[in-house]
Design a protein around this ligand. Structure first.
Ligand code: HDD
Length: 708
C-alpha cells in the first residue's frame, strides 16, 4: 500500500517537507482523508490536467478536471434579491414560562424547553460584497427548529415597514436598489430613485424616520432590537385567537455607530458587524436577546387610533406593555458560510400550530414571495432538504423528484392509497396536539382593489417617533436627511420630500430645508405632541453594557507598564476586551524596565474599531505617540466620535497634539464629556471603574466638536 503513495516527481513538496505538522492530509495515506471526485473516487493529482504528452493538448477524458471546473463554474448561486449580505449563527430559545393560555405552540409551552435556532442578520440594499456599516435596515430572521416543525420569524431591527401592501414591494425594491444604468450606489439609499419613490409615497414616512435615525447604523448585531413587524395571531388548542406583536430585546442594550464612524469603518473593516458577531461567539460571549410579546385580545381589535393590520404602525409600549416570555442565545458559529448562512431559507409562511397570520396585506404577500424566490435561488423545490433548512420534526409527504432531490423515496407517491398502507395519512380530522389547524376567521367582503380608510394616517406615528428622540438623536436624523437628500440630483424630489416632513415636525422640515438651501417651509398645524420614551436609545442602554466592549491602549517605548497591567486586569474582570496597540507588532520596552506585549500594530487598526481609547503615562512614550500622525489621529477620531477617552499623566499632551479644544478636554467638566485624566497617584481601580461607567454610557453626544 505504501508504495502506492510513494512521492513522485509531481509532489516533491511532501518528500522535502515531512516535518510540517499542519499538512496531515497532504498526500493522503489510506487512513487519512484523500481527495476524491464527487463519486468518491480517489484522485492522485489535482495540479496537472490529463494531456497527450507533457506539451500536448488537454484531454476531455479527464473527468476530474472537467468535474472540478464545472463545479467551480456553478459556485455562485443568485444572491438574495434583497438582504443579500448577512451573517448567521446557531443557538437556542427557551421560554421563561408556559404561554399555553394564549397559544398551543409547543416551543412556548414549557419553561426551559430548549428549541434549537438559526438566526441570520442582514442588510437589505447592498449586494453580498457590500460593506456592513451602511445606512440601512437590518434583517433579523430566526428559524426555530421546533418539535412540531420549523417556525420562521422573519423580522427586521425596525418595527415598521416602508409600504402597507406587498404588491408595492417590487417598486420599493427597484427604487432603493442600485440604479439600473450604472449599478450605483452600492449599499445605500442616498440616491434619486429611492427618494423619488419615498416622496411620492407618504406611507413610507414613519419608516424613513427610523431609517434616518441611528437605528440604521447599529454598533453590533448584538446590540440591536428585532421586531416581527406585523401583527400575528396566537391560537390556543381550542381555537381562541389573540393578536400578538413580537419583539427581540438585546441584553447589551441598543447602541449605534455615528455616521462619520460608520463611513470610516466601511473601509477599515467592511465586515465590521459580521466580525463582531463571529468573534463574540468564538470568545464565548454569547449574544442574548429577550423575546417579548405585546398581546391584544381580539375584542380590542378596533380600540387603537391606527389599524393593527397596518405594518407602518407600532403599538406604543406605553399603551400595550411588552411582556418578556423567553430568551434567545447564540452560541455556535456556522462551519461553512455558504452551506449554512447562504443557503438558509426563511419563509413567513413557515408557521407551527399555535401561530397564525392576520390579514395584514404586507404579510399576505410575503407568504407568497419567500417560497417563490427560494425556488430559483436554491435551485428547485428540494431546498428544505439542505441541512440548515431541514426540520428536526419528521417529514412525510408525497412530494417527489425535482432538482437536488436527496431522498430515495420508496413506495407509493399519492394519496389516498391502499397499496402503501394508506401512508402518509391525514394527521386527524379533529386536529389534536401538534396538528396545524388554520384559525377559523370569519371573512366577508367585496372583491376590491382598495385599502381600508383606517390605513390612511401616515404622519402621526412619524411625529411620535420624532417627539420621542433625545436632542442628539434628532440632530443625527436631521444630518441624515440632509446627507441623503443632498445626494439627490432632482430638485422637485428634494422639495416634495421636505414638504412631506412638514407633516411630521416643523423644526425638522425647516432644518432639512436649510441644509439643502431651500426656503423654510410652512409648518403644519395640529401635529401630535405624543411621545413614547421606549423608542429612544437614551432609554435602552442595557445592563452591564460595558461587557464585550473594546478598549484600545496606545503604547510606545517608555510606557508605564504598571498602569497598563492594572487597568487591563480590572477592565478584563468587567468583561471589557483590552488590546494594546503600538506602531509595530512585538513588544515595547517599558519605563523603568520590562516590556509590554503588543496585541495589534497601529497601521492595521483604527479608532473606529474600538469603543474607547486609553493612553498610559510615560514621557518618552507620549513624545513618540505625539510625533506619530496615526496615533494622534486615533485619539482625535475617538474624541470626535464621542467615545470615552482616558489620558493618564503626561498623555494629556496627546490631546493638545490632536488640537482638541483645551477648555473641554482639560477643563473642569472633562469627565462629564467622557474625558478621563489622572495623574500617577490616582488609584488604577478608580480609573478602571470610571472607564467602565463611561463605556456603559456608550457615547458622550453633547461633547463639543463632534463629527456627526
Ligand atoms: Fe422580506 C428576505 C424581512 C417584506 C420578499 N425579508 C428577507 C429577509 C428578511 C426580511 C430579514 C432575509 C432573510 C434571510 O436572512 O435570509 N421583509 C422582511 C420584513 C418585511 C419584509 C421585516 C416587512 C415587514 N419581503 C417583504 C415583502 C416581500 C419580501 C413585502 C415581497 C412581497 N424578503 C422577500 C424575498 C426575500 C426577503 C424576496 C429575499 C431573499 C429571500 O426572501 O429569501 O422573498
Amino acid at each position: 500500500m505504501a508504495a502506492h503513495h510513494e512521492p513522485s516527481h509531481r509532489d516533491a513538496r511532501t518528500a522535502e517537507d515531512p516535518k510540517d505538522e499542519q499538512l496531515t492530509c497532504f498526500r493522503a495515506a489510506p487512513e487519512h482523508d484523500a481527495l476524491t471526485t464527487d463519486q468518491g473516487v480517489r484522485v492522485d493529482d489535482t495540479d496537472n490536467a490529463l494531456r497527450a504528452g507533457t506539451r500536448g493538448p488537454t484531454l476531455l477524458e479527464d473527468f476530474h478536471n472537467r468535474e472540478k471546473i464545472t463545479h467551480f463554474d456553478h459556485e455562485r448561486i443568485p444572491e438574495r434579491v434583497v438582504h443579500a449580505r448577512g451573517a448567521g449563527a446557531y443557538g437556542y430559545f427557551e421560554p421563561y414560562a408556559s404561554l399555553s393560555e394564549y397559544t398551543c405552540a409547543d416551543f412556548l409551552a414549557e419553561a426551559g424547553r430548549r428549541t434549537p435556532v438559526f438566526v441570520r442578520f442582514s442588510t437589505v440594499q447592498g449586494p453580498r460584497g457590500s460593506a456592513d456599516t451602511v445606512r440601512d435596515v437590518r434583517g433579523f430572521a430566526t428559524k426555530f427548529y421546533t418539535r412540531e416543525g420549523n417556525y420562521d420569524l422573519v423580522g427586521n431591527n425596525m418595527p415598521v415597514f416602508f409600504i402597507q401592501d406587498a404588491v408595492k414591494f417590487p417598486d420599493f425594491v427597484h427604487a432603493v436598489k442600485m440604479e439600473p444604468q450604472h449599478e450605483m450606489p452600492t449599499g445605500g439609499s442616498a440616491h434619486d430613485t429611492f427618494w423619488d419613490f419615498a416622496s411620492l409615497q407618504p406611507e413610507t414616512t414613519h419608516m424613513l424616520m427610523w431609517l434616518m435615525s441611528d437605528r440604521a447604523i447599529p454598533r453590533s448585531f448584538r446590540m440591536m432590537q428585532g421586531f416581527g413587524v406585523h401583527t400575528f395571531r396566537f391560537v390556543t388548542a381550542d381555537g381562541r385567537g389573540t393578536f400578538v406583536k413580537f419583539h427581540w430585546k438585546p441584553l447589551l442594550g441598543v447602541h449605534s455607530l455615528v455616521w462619520d464612524e460608520a463611513q470610516i469603518a466601511a473601509g477599515r473593516d467592511p465586515d465590521f458587524n459580521r466580525r463582531d458577531l463571529w468573534e463574540a461567539i468564538e470568545a464565548g460571549s454569547y449574544p442574548e436577546w429577550e423575546l417579548g410579546v405585546q398581546l391584544v385580545p381580539e375584542e380590542d381589535e378596533f380600540s387603537f387610533d391606527f389599524d393593527l393590520l397596518d405594518a407602518t404602525k407600532i403599538i406604543p409600549e406605553e399603551q400595550v406593555p411588552v411582556r418578556p416570555v423567553g430568551r434567545l442565545v447564540l452560541n455556535r458559529n456556522p462551519q461553512n458560510f455558504f452551506a449554512e448562512t447562504e443557503q438558509v431559507a426563511f419563509h413567513t409562511a413557515n408557521v407551527v400550530p399555535g401561530i397564525d397570520f392576520t390579514n395584514d396585506p404586507l404579510l399576505q404577500g410575503r407568504n407568497f414571495s419567500y417560497l417563490d424566490t427560494q425556488l430559483i435561488r436554491l435551485g428547485g423545490p428540494n431546498f428544505s432538504q439542505i441541512p440548515v433548512n431541514r426540520p428536526l420534526a419528521d417529514v412525510n409527504h408525497n412530494h417527489r423528484d425535482g432538482y437536488g432531490q436527496q431522498i430515495i423515496h420508496p413506495g407509493t407517491n399519492y394519496f389516498p392509497n391502499s397499496l402503501g398502507g394508506g401512508c402518509p395519512a391525514h394527521a386527524g380530522a379533529g386536529g389534536g396536539p401538534g396538528v396545524f389547524r388554520h384559525y377559523a376567521e370569519r371573512v366577508e367582503g367585496q372583491k376590491i382593489r382598495e385599502r381600508s380608510p383606517s390605513f390612511q394616517d401616515h404622519y402621526s406615528q412619524a411625529a411620535l417617533f420624532w417627539n420621542s428622540m433625545a436632542e442628539w438623536e434628532r440632530r443625527h436624523i436631521v444630518e441624515a436627511f440632509r446627507f441623503e437628500l443632498g445626494k439627490v440630483e432632482s430638485g422637485p424630489v428634494r422639495e416634495r420630500m421636505v414638504g412631506n416632513l412638514t407633516h411630521v415636525n416643523g423644526d425638522l422640515a425647516a432644518a432639512v430645508a436649510d441644509g439643502l438651501g431651500l426656503p423654510a417651509p410652512e409648518a403644519e398645524a395640529g401635529i401630535t405632541a405624543a411621545s413614547s420614551p421606549a423608542l429612544s436609545q437614551e432609554n435602552l442602554r442595557g445592563e452591564n453594557a460595558a461587557r464585550t466592549r473594546k478598549l484600545a491602549v496606545l503604547v510606545a517605548a517608555g510606557t508605564d507598564a504598571g498602569q497598563v497591567a492594572s487597568v487591563r486586569e480590572r477592565l478584563t474582570d468587567s468583561g471589557v476586551l483590552v488590546e494594546v496597540l503600538a506602531a509595530k507588532d512585538g513588544e515595547v520596552p517599558a519605563a523603568g524596565g520590562g516590556t509590554v506585549k503588543v496585541d495589534r500594530a497601529l497601521p492595521t487598526m483604527a479608532s473606529v474599531l474600538y469603543d474607547a481609547v486609553l493612553v498610559p503615562d510615560g514621557a518618552e512614550a507620549v513624545n513618540a505617540l505625539a510625533a506619530e500622525p496615526a496615533a494622534v489621529r486615533f485619539v482625535e477620531e475617538a474624541y470626535r466620535h464621542g467615545k470615552p477617552l482616558a489620558v493618564l499623566g503626561e498623555a494629556t499632551r496627546l490631546l493638545t497634539a490632536a488640537k482638541l479644544p483645551g477648555d473641554v478636554v482639560l477643563g473642569e467638566a472633562a469627565a462629564e464629556y467622557g474625558i478621563l485624566t489622572a495623574n500617577g497617584t490616582a488609584a488604577p481601580g478608580e480609573l478602571a471603574d470610571a472607564l467602565v461607567q463611561a463605556l456603559e454610557q456608550h457615547r458622550f453626544p453633547y461633547r463639543p466638536g463632534l463629527l456627526n
